[in-house]
Design a protein around this ligand. Structure first.
Ligand code: CUA
Length: 331
């Protein structure tokens, strides 16, 4: 409620529905992390109670009394006591090490499960690129994945890379943070049980629009996922009714950064637009994907997302209308 004014409208509703709470895990990995968190919290709480209890007891029990002003007995060194406060913490740290190690194995698999859906995630300033090598799909900002069913596990194995600086992928209900580091590939795995829209954010400061690098994971039934994948792998729709608008678009600088598969637009700096209309949001989760938002976005992205790599092309009314009309046919 406190943040209502700053959370973009598109996020407020799904936030309430799907939530981003680590206390509502939706994968075995996230459940493991919650268990670890609760265990560490319990141990820390116990230490806090014991230490504060001893402190309060001593403050009260040995407070200065008016009757006597003599010093209490001064003691130096005690084998048993020193042993106790050395061995105690050592044991605690050892137990925590073992539990953390086990949790790591749950969230960072050492090998790719044979039946896993593999997706490569590339972090860009400030958007996400998703590649599905097995399906020949390149898309952006919204990750579609299948859920696992009791008799058919279908884990999602992510390989995370960066195109520029360090980002961090965090969908709290699905797992812990995984950094995307230039020159390195990290991995994580989600085995999702419930269809839902899981929200997350980039959680490593990566520049001016770090806060607007949002994540939507759309987990759906295996059938729905296969339908989405089959459609997404197709080239862009060639609607003859918007031929003039398409030509306008293809003559603009847009094509230097964006790809529309099946046309002469083959840029790879920005998100692939082949099936732009299949996405719920624009500008990496900032805006719902509506005509009005799309128009505002292409007319001046810098007003919505200052510092983003998409320049203000200063399109006039007529050109902007043509571009939006064309983009809206990219179902
Ligand atoms: Cu990407 Cu912060």
């Amino acid at each position: 409620v406190v943040f209502e004014g700053t959370i973009p409208a598109v996020f407020a509703a799904p936030l309430a529905a799907a939530g981003t709470s680590v206390f509502r895990p939706a994968t075995p990995g996230a459940e493991s992390i919650r268990g670890l968190f609760l265990l560490v919290l319990a141990i820390a709480a116990l230490i806090f109670i014991v230490v504060e209890g001893a402190l309060i007891y001593c403050v009260v029990r040995f407070r200065a009394r008016r009757a006597s002003d003599e010093e209490p007995p001064q003691i130096y060194g005690s084998g048993p006591i020193e042993l106790a406060w050395t061995v105690g913490p050592l044991l605690i740290v050892f137990v925590l090490f073992l539990v953390v190690y086990r949790t790591l194995a749950d969230v960072r698999p050492s090998s790719v499960p044979a039946n896993a859906l593999q997706v490569t995630v590339v972090g860009h300033q400030w958007w996400w690129e998703y590649r599905y090598p097995a399906y020949d799909i390149v898309t952006a900002n919204e990750l579609h994945v299948p859920v696992s069913e009791p008799n058919h596990l279908w884990p999602v194995y992510l390989s995370l890379r960066s195109a520029d600086v360090i980002h961090s992928y965090w969908v709290p209900r699905l797992g812990g943070k995984t950094d995307l580091i230039p020159g390195r590939t990290n991995h994580t795995i989600y085995t999702i049980e419930q269809p839902d829209v899981y929200l997350g954010r980039c959680s490593e400061f990566c520049g001016m629009q770090h806060a607007n690098m949002m994540i939507r994971v759309i987990a759906e039934s295996p059938d729905a996922f296969r339908r989405w994948a089959a459609h997404e792998a197709e080239p862009a729709l060639m609607d003859e009714r918007v031929q003039a608008e398409r030509e306008t678009f293809l003559q603009l600088a847009c094509v230097n950064c964006h790809t529309v598969r099946g046309t002469s637009a083959v840029g790879t700096v920005g998100p692939d637009l082949t099936h732009l209309m299949s996405r719920q949001t624009l500008a990496t989760g900032m805006l719902t994907n509506t005509s009005a938002h799309l128009t505002a976005w292409i007319r001046n992205p810098q007003a919505i997302k200052p510092g983003c790599k998409m320049p203000d092309l200063k399109l006039d009314d007529q050109t902007a209308r043509a571009v939006v009309t064309y983009l809206e046919t990219l179902k």
